[in-house]
Structure formats: C-alpha cells, structure tokens
Design a binder for this molecule. Structure first.
Ligand code: COA
Ligand code: AMP
Length: 637
C-alpha cells in the first residue's frame, strides 16, 4: 500500500459493504438501511435496501437546516447569451424548489409519477429536477437539441403525468422556440400528459393551450411550498434516455440512495472539491454530466455549482471560459474535450486568456469522449494546471476510471483516463469471458456488482437491461467499450464495440440514423458511420444505395435525407454529409463491411477482407468519399 488511492481502492473491492456503508454515513437518512448491498436477486443488485431518505433534502435542506449554510451560494447562473448573471443561495434555492414542488402537486403529481423536463440551460431546469426529487416524483430530462419525434418516443416510454418546459432556448444568437416542438411531440405520442407547465422567458412568449398548459410563474405565485417526502433508497430518482443500438432509446434508471452516497463522495475523491469551492461543469442538464455534476453532486457536497448557458466559442468569443473561471473564482471545471478543441481552433495561442486572473483555477477535467493528447497538452500548457481525462457513461452515472485527485495524483499517461475509480473492478475480457493479459485489447467490463449510483435497471425493462449489459459476459457489466489495461493498471479506452458514435461529446446511434434514411422512398439500402472529425471527434456520414430506376438528382435526395434526420432525431445529430453509392461493400454472407468503410474514410491502413463479396465495391466507396471531400486510404491485398 503506497498511497491513499491504493488503500481506498482495495477496501472498496474487497469489502464493498464496509466501504460504502461508511461513506453513506455522510448523507442524511430518515431511516438507515437494513442491508448495504442486497445480492439476493443476481444479476440484479440493490444498494441500501430498507433505507429511507430524500435526494432534495440532501441537496438543499440539509445544508440550510442541519448545517446552517443557507447563505452559501448554491447556484451561479451565467448566461452570456442573455447577458445575465444570477446567484441563488442554498436557502433561496430550497424555497424556490419547495414552491415549484407545490406547483407540481397542485397539478396532480404524486410520488412515483413521472415528470418530463424539456428545458434549456436555465436554473429553472435544475429547480424542476429538484422539485421532482422533493416529492418523490421521477424526472426524465430530455436534451433540447432533440427533435419532436425523439421527444415523443420518450413521452411514450416514460408516460409523464406532467411536462415542464420553457418558451425557448437560445443557441448562440438564435432563439429556438421549444413550445412548437413540445406540442408536436405530444401530438405524435399516444401517452398524453395531463398538464404542461411552461416557463415563459423574456425572449419568447409561448402561446398556452387552455386547460392543459400552465404558466410557471403564475402557478408559483399561489402555490404552497411542499415538504420533502421520504422515499426508499431503491426508489427511482430519474430516468435518462440514452442512445441504444436501435431507434428505441434506453431508459437508464437511477435510484435515490446509492446516487446520493456515491456522488457526494466523488466530489472530493475524484474532483478534490470541498464545500467552500466553486465548481463548474460546462455541459447540459439533458446529459448525464449535467444531472450528476451540474445539479446533484455539487449540491450534495454543499459547494457552489455554475450553470452556464452558452457555448465555448461564439458567446461572444473563445475567451468566455476564461472570463467565467476568473470572474467566479472557479476551482475546477469539467467539460468535453470537443469544447477545448473548439477554443483551440479559434484561438490557438490562447490570446484571449490574457488579462484574466486564473490563479485560483486548479484542475481541468475532461470526459464524454476520448481526450486527444494534443488538446490535453494545449490545455496544460496554457492553463498551467493538471488536465485530467476520465471515463464514464450515462449508465454508470459517475466515473469508472479517473485520476482521483482527492486521493492521489498519478502521473498522466496521455491517451489513458488513468485507473479504475474505487468501487469499479474493471477487467478486459475476450469473447469467452476470459481475462486478457495486460496490454492486450478486449472488452472493457466491470465485475458485478456495480457500485452504488449506477443503473439498477432500464425503465420497466429488466429484461432489456440484462440482455444489453449483463448477458454477454456473465458476472460482468459490459461497457461496450473496447480497451486495454496496462501493467500499472492504467486503462485505455479505444473504441465502442457497438454502433454508438460520439459527436461533440454527444452519444448517438448510427442505427437510429439508418432507420431514418431507410424510410426515404428512394433509398434501397444504407449505412451510417462515424467518421473522424478534428473538432467534434466523430461526425456521421451516410451511404445511400438508391432503388433501381430512381432518376432524381442525387444532391436533391441527399438534401432530403439530411433534413429527415434533423426533423426526426434533431440538430444534435449533426448529420450533414451523405453520398450515393451503387453498392455497399459486403461479405459473401451479406454483412456490410462497416469496419472497412470506416478505415477508408478515416484514412487508415486496411486490407481487403478475405470474406468480401466484390472488391470493386471498395473502389466505389473510395470514389464516393473523395466526392464529399473525405480522406481515403487505398486498401491493399
Ligand atoms: N437546443 C436546440 N438546439 C441545439 C441544442 C439545444 N440545447 N444544442 C445543440 N443544438 C443544435 C445546435 O444549434 C446545432 O444546430 P445547427 O446544426 O443548426 O447549427 C446542432 O444542434 C449541433 O450542435 P453542437 O453539437 O453543439 O455543435 P455546434 O457546432 O453548435 O458547436 C461545439 C460545437 C464543439 C462548440 C459544441 O458541440 C460544444 O460546446 N460541445 C461541448 C459538448 C458538451 O458539453 N457535451 C456534454 C457532455 S460533457
Ligand atoms: P455517454 O453515455 O454519452 O456519456 O457516452 C459514453 C461513451 O462515451 C463511453 O462508452 C465511451 O465510448 C465514451 N467516453 C466517455 N468518456 C470517455 C473517455 N474519457 N475516453 C474515451 N471515451 C470516452
């Protein structure tokens, strides 16, 4: 045992119940658990069974009532797109949340009911989430960049009693009206919410539908604040939909007890944040990073969290991050590498950093996609602080691998998010469930049980949960990432093993995009692949085979399919490139050779696969890629 990390890690793996039981003492419980870990229904595990608590109490009331820290700033809202900075103390936040919880109750929401939240990056999004937690309702936040159809799919699955939304979001200079998207989604979905509560922003007043729509501020004016309701530790706190391999997203469930315990602990152990610190996660409440590290974990910890409505560039320029870090005295920041790539591209010499006092800034954390060494080194050089890559997923809710800065700072190895975080027994497996020697690539998997705060199941679908994550490698959770663990325990995450791609830190399914393209009347067959992109990491590119006899101009068809993806999945898919090919390269058994197409597009060395049906199809793909300006590598025999 050489350092704090080693000691903590070992205990978390050898004696998980002792370890997490002790960590849980740091949270507020109405009734303590009967059992730390219930493993009586393997492969399903439950943490803190028998415990009674409330997530909102732990996030707000605990700091106000039990710790006398009501005057401490809980949330700083910094919105360059509306020229607004607002600060909310813990006491103020608690009061606003309690009142909005009263509004939810007045509109029929009870414990266990679902509330869908479709909001831009305004504090009301966090208030709505916490208000649900306060009364034991289950929230499901949907990212604003999704189209009405995606929203409808989530409404259909979660069956919310109430939807909370806002009149608009602001994307750079553009005002995006949310209400028409919401109305269309409700029209498409067969499950209809009883009420929609709309927060009217000054930039846009949404017309309300009488009898169904409620004005947030008007309702709040007459609502009675609601108290926290004790819930079981194992009751669901939220559902967060994430891309699966089909158009049907997976409803990742998070329960209440394990979530508070694990997330509060991570703030110090991973991020080295104490309760007097200012913390900034520049993400969106629609993603897991927003749930865990804009809203919940920093509030559990009792520190200040910064909620940013803007972009790393263009709001107003590539210096906005430095302005915010300096102005609000941010100690640590967390964002996706793509945000720093965007800044680096606009301001390669970091000229806009000059003049800002960043002396209190201590650590930059990156996650959501692979951190390329260039971006890490540029950030290290210009910020003069450690830049820490860490690896996790919507499903896991918090980091699987990281350099745990509150425990021990290991030397950084570029390309690696460092080591397994305490609680995570990470192994590399082959197709036969056998461990692979260190240094060799295989399926990154986690030995069960997963630690608290991870997904206990998928929303009302244990079967899909087991099938998707727990069946391929019995006894393990399948991360669907391939990678390596080296002799020193450093983990390297290399690639997804499924058809998920990562576009600007956003997780998207190429399968879902293919489903949309296949719906075009002129398309006979198609494939969508994630091609390397300098800014966004990957971008989707569509390959279309048209029906025999189609005479229409290809650019016209391409324009239509691009619009279809935008309309059905949303602008966030960033689907802007497609090409028509005569045939797709396939094996003799008819499987599309995606890996080979990918390598050609990414300009990587590749061999002509022995199983290919017709090698000429590769030349056709090369020509098509050249036509849309993508690099090519000539396959060799
Ligand atoms: N509501 C409506 N539309 C949205 C939206 C939202 N909340 N978020 C994104 N969009 C739209 C954008 O306006 C854009 O539309 P366009 O095609 O009409 O221009 C499209 O979705 C793609 O958005 P984005 O991926 O953000 O690309 P961008 O080119 O506008 O910005 C970056 C590029 C790198 C600056 C941006 O992706 C970024 O800041 N990434 C950080 C990623 C991040 O925080 N990830 C969370 C995980 S940690
Ligand atoms: P999401 O569920 O959107 O958080 O996406 C999770 C996926 O993003 C993971 O399965 C990885 O493929 C990828 N990912 C997240 N963080 C990292 C990282 N630090 N390095 C490499 N890939 C990452």
């Amino acid at each position: 045992m050489t350092n704090q990390y080693d000691i903590v890690y070992q205990e978390s793996i050898d004696q998980p119940e002792t370890f997490w039981g002790r960590v849980a003492e740091d949270c507020h419980w109405y009734k303590k658990w009967d059992k730390v870990l219930d493993d009586s229904d393997k492969p399903l595990y439950r943490w803190f069974v028998g415990g009674q608590m409330n997530t909102c109490y732990n996030a707000l009331d605990y700091h106000v009532d039990d710790r006398g820290r009501g005057d401490k700033i809980a949330i700083i809202y910094d919105s360059p797109v509306t020229n607004t900075i607002k600060k909310f103390t813990y006491a103020e936040t608690r009061d606003i949340v309690a009142t909005f919880a009263g509004v939810l109750k007045d509109n029929g929401v009870e414990k266990g009911d679902r509330v869908l939240i479709y909001m831009p990056m305004i504090p009301e999004a966090a208030f709505a989430m916490l208000a649900c937690a306060r009364i034991g309702a289950v929230h499901s936040v949907v990212f604003g960049g999704f189209a009405a159809k995606e929203l409808a799919t989530r409404i259909e699955d979660a069956k919310p009693k109430v939807i909370v939304s806002a009149s608009c979001g602001i994307e750079g200079q553009r005002v995006i009206k949310y209400k028409p998207l919401l109305d269309e989604a409700i029209e498409i979905a067969t499950a209809k919410p009883a009420k929609c509560i709309i927060y009217q922003r000054p930039q846009e007043t949404a017309p309300l539908i009488a009898g169904r729509d409620v004005d947030w501020m008007e309702a709040a004016a007459s609502a009675t604040p609601a108290a926290c309701v004790p819930v079981a530790a194992t009751d669901p706190l939220y559902i967060l939909y994430t891309s699966g391999t089909t158009g049907q997203p997976k409803g990742v469930v998070r329960d209440n007890g394990g979530h508070v315990v694990a997330l509060k602990w991570t703030m110090k152990a991973i991020y080295d944040i104490d309760e007097d610190d200012i913390w900034w996660a520049a993400s969106d409440v629609g993603w897991v990073v927003g749930h865990s590290y804009i809203v919940y974990a920093p509030l559990f910890k009792g520190c200040t969290t910064l909620l940013f409505e803007g972009k790393p560039v263009g709001t107003p320029d590539a210096g906005v991050f430095w302005r915010i870090i300096s102005e609000h005295k941010v100690k640590c920041m967390f964002t996706a590498p793509t945000a720093y790539r965007a800044i680096k591209r606009e301001d390669p010499k970091a000229e806009l950093m000059k003049g800002y006092d960043l002396s209190q800034f201590k650590i930059l954390f990156l996650a959501g996609e692979r951190s390329d060494p260039d971006t890490i080194q540029w950030s290290e050089k210009n910020l003069g602080v450690p830049v820490i890559d860490h690896w996790w997923q919507t499903e896991t809710g918090w980091a699987i691998a990281a350099n745990c800065m509150g425990l021990h700072h290991f030397p950084v190895k570029y390309g690696s998010p460092t080591k397994a975080v305490p609680g995570w027994d990470v192994r590399v497996l082959d197709a036969y469930n056998r461990e692979i020697p260190s240094g060799e690539i295989g399926a990154l998997s986690v030995k069960l049980p997963l630690p608290p705060g991870t997904l206990p199941t998928l929303w009302q679908n244990d079967e899909r949960y087991i099938e998707s994550y727990l069946s391929e490698f019995p006894g393990y959770y399948k991360t669907a990432d391939a990678g390596i663990i080296d002799a020193e325990g450093y983990i390297y995450v290399m690639a997804r093993t499924d058809d998920i791609i990562n576009v600007a830190g956003h997780r998207l399914s190429t399968g879902a995009m293919e489903e949309v393209l296949a719906d075009h009347p002129d398309v006979a067959e198609c494939a969508v692949l994630g091609v390397e992109d300098k800014l966004k990491g990957q971008i989707p590119v569509g390959f279309l085979v048209l029906n025999a006899g189609v005479k229409r101009a290809h650019p016209e068809i391409i324009k239509e399919v691009i619009q279809m993806v935008r309309d059905r999945i949303g602008p966030v898919a960033a689907f802007k490139m497609a090409t028509v090919v005569k045939r797709l390269p396939k094996t003799r058994s008819g499987k599309i050779l995606r890996g080979t197409i990918q390598k050609i597009a990414d300009n990587k060395e590749c061999n002509v696969p022995a199983t290919i049906d017709d090698p000429a199809t590769l030349t056709e793909i090369e020509t098509a890629l050249e036509g849309i300006g993508l690099a090519k590598a000539r396959p060799t025999d």
